[in-house]
Design a binder for this molecule. Structure first.
Ligand SMILES: C[S@@+](CC[C@H](N)C(=O)[O-])C[C@H]1O[C@@H](n2cnc3c(N)ncnc32)[C@H](O)[C@@H]1O
Length: 293
């Protein structure tokens, strides 16, 4: 398989707070492609593991739902040079970055939420529908999956990966620290959204009701994150690009500073800095389903 971008482990230097943007929903910080890219090597690995189980030689139409900043979508274009590739995402910031990276205009980038995206608008049945690290942000996705599978061509493949780390210290501590804030009630809805992820057996049963060829599994990655003694805790930097956004988007600057200080102190205990860096175990759930040929 062609190596996918993001597997190199390269770490861009730019690290910034989420950039406020008027286009965002009121409870969310905008996605910041630079912050998200900080751990692109680690984040690319599950995508590669998912795609390794997608057995498709020459798909005509490939969709990446929740394509983010597009690096991994461009990897799909490399793997299937003759395929039409569509990247769908609800974040204008992520799509702006994707268009920048796609210098040859290889991919069709579509701004739409997963909830509103209509697969029939592609104008053809889909051969491979990939959705990586996105459905945790789509609370109703169990109800949407049947329509996505129905939009596949005969022998088409649906491939998804979601983080299953709601009970990991990174997320439990985020909720605990949020619960101690004066505006705890304002923070709860954004944090609760991670509950959208179902158990592996739920995805397996849902997909097996739709098609007999289904493969569901979980992997716990032991990410080793580089850590500087007095620098920001790397798990904080990781979640800043994803799960912490709903918190950062709600808080004012001084509240945000206080929250981050408390949370980082907890992270330092839960994920100690060692000679080799910080060990960050991360469980993810994968599902691949193929429709009958
Ligand atoms: C963690 S990133 C994953 C990006 C890319 N798939 C990857 O693996 O690097 C999650 C992406 O989901 C997108 N997203 C979140 N909620 C969404 C929704 N309801 N509909 C479509 N995209 C959504 C975000 O804008 C973001 O780009």
């Amino acid at each position: 398989m062609t190596p996918l971008p993001g597997q190199s482990g390269s770490v861009p230097a730019a690290v910034s707070d989420a950039v406020p943007d008027t286009r965002r929903r009121s409870t969310d910080a905008a996605w910041d492609p630079r912050q998200y890219a900080v751990f692109s090597g680690h984040r690319g690995r599950p995508f590669a593991d998912l795609l390794a189980r997608v057995d498709a030689d020459a798909p005509g139409l490939v969709v990446d739902l929740g394509c983010g900043p597009g690096e991994l979508t461009l990897g799909l274009a490399e793997r299937w040079p003759d395929a039409r590739i569509i990247g769908v995402d609800s974040s204008p910031e992520m799509l702006d970055r994707a268009r920048e990276l796609d210098v040859s205009g290889r991919v069709e980038w579509v701004e739409a939420s997963a909830e509103d995206w209509d697969p029939t608008e592609c104008g053809a049945s889909i051969d491979v529908l990939v959705t990586n690290a996105t459905l945790q942000w789509v609370p109703g996705h169990l109800r949407l999956i049947p329509a996505w599978v129905a939009s596949l061509a005969p022998g088409g493949i649906f491939a998804m990966q979601v983080p299953s780390n709601f009970d990991a210290p990174s997320h439990r501590l985020m909720r605990e620290v949020a619960g101690r804030q004066p505006r705890a009630a304002d923070l709860r809805p954004g944090l609760d959204r991670a509950r959208a992820v179902a158990r592996p057996e739920t995805y397996a049963a849902l997909l097996l009701d739709l098609t007999p060829e289904v493969d569901v599994w979980q992997t716990t990655y032991q990410h080793v994150l580089a850590a500087v003694p007095d620098g920001p805790h790397p798990v904080l930097e990781w979640v800043r690009g994803t799960g912490l956004r709903p918190v950062l988007g709600v808080l004012e600057a001084d509240e945000r500073e206080r929250f981050v200080r408390d949370y980082e102190r907890e992270l330092d205990t839960a994920y100690p800095r060692r000679s080799f860096g910080v060990l960050f175990p991360f469980t993810r759930t994968f599902a691949v389903a193929r429709t009958p040929r």
